[in-house]
Ligand binder design. Structure first.
Ligand SMILES: [Zn+2]
Length: 218
């Protein structure tokens, strides 16, 4: 087992929504094309990939060193954590920052880590972007967690959140009250409301039934 005492944070400068870059899944196992199979396709040199929605893929085993930071001695003793996306000018999403934090904390638990660098602290590069400050990662929090989002969907829209909606709200830096407000103002909720009003205007006997549907506790 090699000695590991350093973590280096990168960004990929690729499409942040493309999850197949540098880690493809074959039969449930993530691996980096080219890394093990000869050739010189050493573009996938990151041990842990952090996606915008908080998903993490770990295609390269930590006991293998890779050529990720341009400093040979540090490559030998470090683990590379890469935020997938171009974060030169924008900060990674709250979900990505929280995921990066938990990956870094996991590495700190497994090894005795003495240094954590942004790539640009080691050589002349913008990687992992102008936003980078380790404290931004280590203090990252999500205001909205999945349970809160699910509760709001059930209460306002009367349905489970779809994955696009879940990811959208996980990555917004808004309060729970703002979440309810946004859902109530959505076109989906307006349509529900309009339909209810039309239905109520149509007759009296169903009134209680409709009111029960509108206001029942979730
Ligand atoms: Zn880098």
């Amino acid at each position: 087992m090699r000695n590991i005492d350093t973590i280096v944070v990168h960004h990929s400068v690729t499409d942040k929504y493309n999850k197949d870059i540098w880690a493809v899944s074959v039969e449930g196992v993530d691996y980096v094309p080219g890394l093990y199979f000869g050739g010189k396709e050493y573009k996938g040199n990151y041990h842990h990939l952090i996606y915008w929605d908080g998903e993490v893929k770990s295609p390269v085993p930590e006991d293998r060193y890779t050529y990720h930071c341009g400093v040979y001695d540090i490559n030998l003793e470090s683990i590379a954590v890469c935020c997938i996306g171009d974060y030169s000018n924008e900060q990674p999403s709250p979900a990505a920052l929280v995921a990066a934090k938990s990956v870094i904390e996991g590495i700190q638990n497994r090894y005795s880590i003495s240094d954590i660098y942004g790539h640009k602290e080691l050589m002349a590069t913008r990687c992992p972007g102008d936003w980078y400050d380790l404290n931004i990662i280590m203090e990252a929090k999500m205001k909205l967690d999945p349970a809160i989002i699910r509760k709001a969907y059930l209460a306002v829209l009367r349905r489970e959140p779809d994955s696009d909606g879940m990811n959208y709200y996980l990555n917004l830096d808004i309060s729970e009250a703002e979440l309810y407000y946004q859902l109530a103002e959505s076109s989906e909720h307006r349509t529900m409301y309009d339909n209810s009003v039309k239905y109520l205007e149509g007759g009296g006997s169903e009134y209680e039934e409709v009111m029960e549907k509108l206001y029942r506790k979730v």
